[in-house]
Design a protein around this ligand. Structure first.
Ligand code: HGA
Length: 610
């Protein structure tokens, strides 16, 4: 997704902006650009399709220099990747703007501005914002007021940074649904989509809140909230290592990555949902067109990503009413298969280089399908390059071999995708709003579960000397049980099997005795009463139960029945929240057993071989 950088300083800002863009490359993008103000009456601008290196070459051939500037890496949502669509966009030759996000009502605004004589040179929604601000500016405002008035008319998700050659000593920025941080310097200040972009110039940051608008000068930062009240946002220091590939304060990468989940789930939803709606175009310029004609979804993945796909099948059939099949890539690619007409081929892979998944995609391309959608964590990977639509998870580098944050961000992305597809298939606005609100609650709810870490560590002692275990779930929690079992196998080497709870009596119940711990996930959905009967079946055979249950599910602890209460969550988002205690359980069992948590025996992170 797009990246924004801006700077106001005594020194020339061009190098700071370019380095910032390089550091945002990981987000994925198709073009890059920069605008700088240097005392001349007009803005200097450079834009190139392709890499930041191409922009750097263009700038070294035609240098831009100045004390105030904004820059951007674009991942197109409105209009193809091209030089004319690349940011910054301008209104006249003095006002320049960079934008991350989507303006939902851009068509209507564009018509209105065209009728007033504004000329458009791009197909982007961003240029509409540029002209809207330009119009307010001409009407006699200053830049700050012009931006403030303009954002009152915008619907969607956006972070904006705006400069005007007549006001060469400040930039005006705002955020609503897309990320933006202010980097605080000494005698200079900065803004960016992500702290990482600014680490060469500062380690002090202010996080703008939704609806904030800020006036950034080299020696002053003024922020107003949505209501127009002047507000202070506290300054925090970037903790070295908190985001980069080092363990920081954590004993293992896996634990660090489990704890990063509230943050990365938030990053994955940012810019893709408003308070009540999914922004379909955040899935790609062609999303609307492609999704309108999807009649079937075929999900292909391996390992943990396969479990994410299995959860998604419940969502897709429930919310969109579209038939969905899920298969592991290594099976799919070696059997004769029938691809239904108008199938969306959905591949999920953390690395985007999983050999079996890529082979399945390439094979399916020959058989024909409507479009390919990738859910992936690595921009520029083969999977991303070879797919028509892409949703990047924003998990950041995942070092632990056993996947944790990649899984929960895949689920977040898959739920957003499902809502977009469901809207084409009759999902009403009220139900969409209900689920989108539940998505917004996820970071806080995952934090609440992380607070149970000490209790889960205590629980893990019961698994230390066991050789086998069962994991049970029903409905969309069955794949969560599968993922829990996979984590325990991978890092503690305890044999773990997952079953849909209703299958117990069809075989695995024969295994249950006091040496077989049985882990169960029990959110409060319409299957909970049935699940409770399954628990009785285990209890009656002397099996020891470890149940992660919603308070309202009313599972009472007793001899041999350990209950960990999970805060109440929406039924649809429950699989994301319930994954986290199972990750922590496996982690603590592995630590107690003294295994190599981050690099379990025989396993590799990115499975690039068949
Ligand atoms: N809608 C704008 C910005 C896209 C964006 O934020 N991508 O991550 C455009 O298409 O240029």
């Amino acid at each position: 997704m797009c990246g924004i950088v801006g700077a106001v300083s005594e020194r020339d800002v061009q190098g700071i902006l370019l380095e910032g863009l390089r550091r945002l490359e990981y987000r994925g993008y198709d073009s890059a650009g920069m605008a700088v103000i240097n005392g001349k009456p007009e803005v200097q601008r450079a834009r190139e399709v392709g890499k930041v290196a191409a922009l750097a070459d263009a700038i070294s051939a035609n240098p831009l220099a100045g004390h105030l500037g904004i820059a951007h890496t674009r991942w197109a949502t409105h209009g193809e990747p091209s030089q004319v669509n690349a940011h910054p966009h301008m209104s006249g030759d003095r006002l320049a703007i960079v934008h991350n996000g989507i303006i939902e009502n851009y068509q209507e605004l564009r018509e209105e501005l065209k009728a007033e004589g504004f000329e458009f040179t791009s197909q982007t929604d961003t240029e509409v914002v540029a002209h809207l601000i330009g119009k307010n500016y001409k009407a006699g405002g200053n830049l700050y007021n012009a931006v403030k008035t303009a954002i009152g008319r915008l619907r969607g998700a956006f972070a904006l940074a705006v400069v005007h050659a007549n006001e060469p000593d400040h930039l005006v920025v705002c955020r609503e649904g897309s990320p933006l941080v202010v980097g605080v310097g000494i005698g200079e200040n900065f803004i960016a989509s992500d702290q990482l972009a600014l680490l060469p110039v500062t380690d002090r940051f202010m996080f703008l809140e939704e609806g904030d608008i800020a006036d950034i000068r080299k020696d002053k930062i003024e922020i107003h909230d949505r209501e127009g009240q002047a507000v202070e946002r506290s300054i925090s220091r970037f903790e070295h290592g908190a985001d980069s590939a080092d363990k920081g304060e954590y004993r293992h990468y896996m634990l660090k990555e489990i704890y990063e989940q509230p943050k990365v789930i938030k990053a994955t939803m940012e810019g893709r949902i408003t308070a009540t709606r999914v922004l379909e175009q955040a899935l790609g310029t062609d999303a609307e067109n492609l999704l309108e004609n999807v009649r079937h979804v075929q999900i292909i993945a391996c390992g943990t990503s396969y479990h994410a796909g299995m959860v998604a099948r419940y969502w897709i059939e429930d919310l969109a009413g579209v038939p969905c099949s899920v298969e592991v890539a290594s099976e799919f690619r070696y059997r004769k298969h029938v691809i239904q007409p108008d199938t969306l081929f959905l591949c999920i892979s953390q690395s985007g280089e999983t050999a079996d998944t890529l082979a399945a995609l390439r094979q399916a391309k020959k058989a024909g399908f409507r479009a390919a959608l990738a859910i992936c964590n690595v921009p520029g990977s083969s999977l991303v390059r070879e797919s028509d639509l892409v949703i990047m998870t924003q998990a950041g580098p995942e070092i632990g071999v056993a996947s944790t944050k990649a899984f929960t961000t895949q689920l977040t992305a898959l739920l957003i995708f499902t809502l977009a597809l469901a809207r084409h298939n009759g999902l009403n606005a009220e139900r969409e709003a209900d689920i989108v609100k539940a998505i917004h609650l996820l970071p806080g709810q995952v934090n609440d579960v992380l607070a149970l870490d000490g209790e889960i560590e205590e629980m893990s002692k019961a698994f230390m000397d066991k050789n086998h275990s069962l994991f049970l779930g029903r409905g969309s929690q069955y794949p969560v049980a599968m993922e829990g079992a996979l984590k325990l196998k991978e890092i503690s080497y305890i044999h773990a099997e997952a079953y849909p709870a209703g299958e117990l009596k069809h075989g695995p119940l024969a295994l249950v005795d006091s040496e077989m711990p049985v882990v169960t996930v029990a959110p409060n959905n319409d299957l909970v009463e049935k699940l409770k009967s399954n628990l009785e079946e285990v209890r009656a055979r002397g099996g020891e139960l470890f149940v992660f249950a919603d308070k309202a599910a009313d599972v009472k602890p007793e001899e041999g029945l350990h209950v960990m209460q999970i805060p109440s969550v929406h039924e649809i988002t429950a699989p994301i929240v319930y994954t986290v205690p199972l990750q922590l359980l496996s982690y603590h069992v592995a630590v107690l057993k003294g295994t190599d948590v981050d690099q379990p025996r025989n396993l590799a992170k990115s499975v690039t071989v068949e």
